[in-house]
Design a protein around this ligand. Structure first.
Ligand code: NAG
Ligand code: NAG
Ligand code: NAG
Length: 211
C-alpha cells in the first residue's frame, strides 16, 4: 500500500477534530465504533446532497414524555450523521399546556429560540445562583455547558422552541430520569438526596427504576 493510500485510509478512520481540520466534513460511518471525537468518516465518494439534509424538524415527535407532557426531536450525530465532528446539533421542543422540559444538563452550551407560546426557562450556576425568565416568541436564552436547566410552558397554548447546541452529541442527563430510572437501592437515593424513600419508590415506579 503506498503512502497516499495510507493517508486516505487514515482520513476515513479518524474523525474530525476542530483543532486540526484536515477534511471539510466527516459524515459518520456507523460501521465503526464512536470515539472521543465522534465517528470515523464515510468515504466522501459515496456522499450525495441528501447526506447533508435532515427533514425531521417540521413536526412534533409522536409521543410525549409522560408525565412532563413535552416532546423533542433532535438532529444529533446518530440521527443526522453529517453533524459528526462539527460540534453542532439542533432540535425542536414541543411543550404542552402546563408541560415542562424537566431539569437536565448536557456537556454542550445551548441556545433556545422560542417560536410559539410562552415559557419560563432557567438555569442554576455552580454558585447555586438561579436565573429564570419568561420568554415569548422571538426570545432567545442561553444555557451554559453542564449547568442544570429547564423550560416550563406557562402559556395557554402549546409552546414550540428550537434549540441549538455546540456538540453533535450533547449527552443529555435528565435529573429525575437519572435518579429514578436506575437500580440503586431507594434507601441509598434517600441518603444522597434527602428525598423520602417512599417518594423515591414512587418516582422509581414512574420512571422504570427498581429497588
Ligand atoms: C409519526 O408517526 C407517523 C405515522 O406513524 C410517521 O409517519 C411519522 O414519521 C412519525 N413522526 C415522527 C416525528 O416520528
Ligand atoms: C398536554 O398538552 C396538551 C397540548 O397542549 C394539552 O391539551 C393537555 O391538556 C396536556 N395534558 C396534561 C395532562 O396536562
Ligand atoms: C455567589 O453567590 C453568593 C450568594 O448568593 C453571592 O453573594 C456571590 O456574589 C456569588 N458569586 C458569584 C461569583 O456569582
Amino acid at each position: 500500500m503506498d503512502a497516499l493510500k495510507i493517508v486516505f485510509l487514515f482520513a476515513l478512520l479518524v474523525p474530525l477534530s476542530s483543532a486540526t481540520l484536515v477534511v471539510d466534513y466527516c459524515v459518520a460511518d456507523f460501521n465503526f465504533p464512536v470515539g472521543p471525537a465522534g465517528y470515523p468518516c464515510k468515504n466522501p465518494a459515496t456522499l450525495t446532497a441528501d447526506d447533508f439534509v435532515f427533514s425531521g424538524l417540521g413536526v412534533a415527535a409522536n409521543s410525549t414524555t409522560t408525565p412532563f407532557n413535552a416532546s423533542s426531536v433532535f438532529a444529533v450525530d446518530v440521527t443526522f450523521p453529517a453533524l459528526n465532528g462539527l460540534g453542532l446539533s439542533i432540535g425542536r421542543l414541543d411543550i404542552g399546556v402546563g408541560g415542562a422540559v424537566p431539569i437536565h444538563s448536557h456537556r454542550a452550551s445551548e441556545v433556545i429560540l422560542v417560536s410559539e407560546g410562552t415559557i419560563i426557562a432557567g438555569f442554576i450556576d455552580t454558585n447555586n445562583t438561579a436565573y429564570y425568565k419568561t420568554l415569548n416568541k422571538g426570545d432567545i436564552m442561553i444555557f451554559p455547558p453542564t449547568l442544570l436547566h429547564f423550560q416550563v410552558n406557562v402559556g395557554k397554548s402549546p409552546a414550540l422552541a428550537y434549540v441549538t447546541l455546540n456538540s453533535a452529541s450533547p449527552g443529555f442527563e435528565i435529573t429525575t430520569f437519572a435518579l429514578a430510572g436506575n437500580d440503586f437501592p431507594s434507601d441509598l437515593i434517600q441518603k444522597i438526596t434527602l428525598v423520602d424513600t417512599a417518594q423515591v419508590k414512587k418516582l422509581k415506579r414512574i420512571f422504570g427504576g427498581t429497588n
